[in-house]
Ligand binder design. Sequence first.
Ligand code: DGJ
Length: 753
Amino acid sequence: MITYNEKAKTWKLDTPHTSYICALADGKYLPHVYYGKSVSDTDLSYLTRTDEGPFVPSVNPAEKQGFLDVCPMEYPCSGTGDSREAAISIENEAGQEGLELTFRSFRIIDGKPALPGLPASFGEPCQTLVITMEDTILHIAVELFYTVFDDVDVLTRSTRIINEGEETLFLTRALSVSLDLPEAGGEEVLTFSGTWAREHRPVRTPAGPTAIVTKSLRGESGHDGQPFIGLLSENADYENGKVYGLHLVYSGDYFGSARVNPFASNRLALGINPDHFRWKLLPGADFQTPEAVLTYSDAGLGGMSRTLHDFYRRHLIRQRWAFENRPVLINNWEATYFDFNTEKLLSIAEEASKAGIDLLVVDDGWFGHDRSEPSGSLGDWFVNEQKLPGGVHYLSQKLHENNMKLGLWFEPEMVSENSDLYRAHPDWVLKLHGRQPARCRDQYVLDFSNPDAVNYIILSIEKILKSAPVAYLKWDMNRPLCDAGSAYLPVDQQGELWHRHVLGLYRIQETLLSDFPDLLIENCSSGGARFDPGMLYYSPQIWTSDDMDPIERAMINEGTELLYPVSAMGSHVCKERNDITGRRVPLATRVFSAMIGSFGYELDITELPAEEKTLLPGQIAFYEKVMRPLILFGDYYRLASLADNGRYDAVELVSKDRSEAIVFFLQGLAQPNAKSTLIRLQGLNPEVAYLLEKVDLGTDADSASHEKDFTDGPALGGLDGGRLHGDTLMGAGLHVEHVREDFWSTMIHLVKE
Ligand code: DGJ
């Protein structure tokens, strides 16, 4: 709900539990006033302190620069006095940068305008405030969009910049959001780090006068970060504390920063990275920034996570799949790598089908002339009939006979030097003048600013999709961008290349989904290098990491779950000895761990011991019956963090009506001389009695005989099969026995009596 107070000249945007207020000051500026827990009054303009010396432009015009430099601004400009992080910067024809935005008008509309060419949130009920600012010298208008949704504590922001003059301008910075928050002291800034196989690690850094910057310069969001910046009150944890989270719906280079000024105000900023960005704005043209998602929680990090999870499921992921049962799949990558043929795939499918697996994903290697290693054929999106005689059609038919569907891997942004595509169009590759472009995984990046390249990709993927029923598409991207020069773009538009790459990527996925509305896309980038809200808009699940070792996944998942619904995490059961870490992990742990996500298998099930094969149907049945509904619809709680305590990890999923829950407990290394671990549950109904049951899928680690030999103490302190009230489970807690085995885990199912 959005209200305008005419007398105070303030706009107030209310979500169920938060308020956001901005105001008109001095008849022209747009200061930020308040963002936080809901407040009743609309006139909080006193908080801007624009009438407090020494910087008061209306009474002291000599101090205008000082005013611009300290005033909390909604959309700060570069070059005219505000020396903090600017949200916008524009270069004129004289090559000079600087602008000053002043108020022109505003309107409040029901609903939310779409952002052309960009993924963005949607859905009712919501309202949008559009405040139009202008620079009367450059003749530009800047529309600031603010949308609030009635059903969730989220506000979204984006900006449209319109050149209304006669001069050609260059946008050198156009962030999506700037947020000036008063600093209470002791806050921490939350960002993310990581690398391949160790993605999405949260990092907390004390907020202060030294800028904390998070960014990508890889042309994608990257393994090493998230297009996110958060601000946490001192000692905020999963249950307590105030948390602001800003998340960008974008999949390319992002920039986020936080810096406290000498007047104790912390400016958070987030948007497209201004490095690598220079956008030509012809007279009459406009530029739309990606959308930023803002949330505030006073229930700690857990509160923020649950809000974002709900928001993304209801308002960002396409509704076709957001709450729909996704297929349990088997992927052949770690089973075979490039070494497969139809016979091998069908042998996997035969076992998979007996187990009740719904879909076979044929990963990298099915296409082109020679894809027996990563060096060839990318770009040649036709079936390698030598490897797969009869092609995709035959394969899908055989799968259909086994009651299974087909999924196919693509890496559409890339091209191998050894490919028909490269031989025909060497100029479609990103390349800096006079330099040989770097190979990374032996491949080049296609120039998606060139519409011919984008159209070629659409046509070649659609040709395959039309040749046979393909239910699922894995979209991979195995190298970052560099050498970003385009043979297509003119000299003064080379600075548009990085953003145009992302727009090309979005256009392809949008086209595929509108032409094949039932297609399930799983995005992926060398594991989780492009796990971001932009990709989530197109694909309800994203490959979380190539690292499927449950111990590593516990830490990767913790960071991922901070921002994304559990259903968004592609999650597979790996081999007993993990290919990346070399660690051997018991089957129960690999299965339970993979069940925290959109579930599948990635091992050669034809080679599983007979007794393990017999367990597969039970695993799948349990996932489909109990886990999948909790993952699709439920609430997520983090109870313990292996990354923090070094000993164990615990997460809980609770149904929205609080009648059912699952707790997954994972032990790291077994401890000598250890007692059981006490965990306190969350999110249950305090008044209701729950029946407790250890989930037994027949695997060795949770079978009764195993416990007798290796367990210190009775299962769940003797409560397995017992009953306890929600208040007891949340207040006094539950004992999970210590088991003398590294990487042991257990799952507990709670059902309202
Ligand atoms: C990286 C992905 O993350 C893997 O799952 C697999 O698809 C390979 N690429 C194939 O090249």
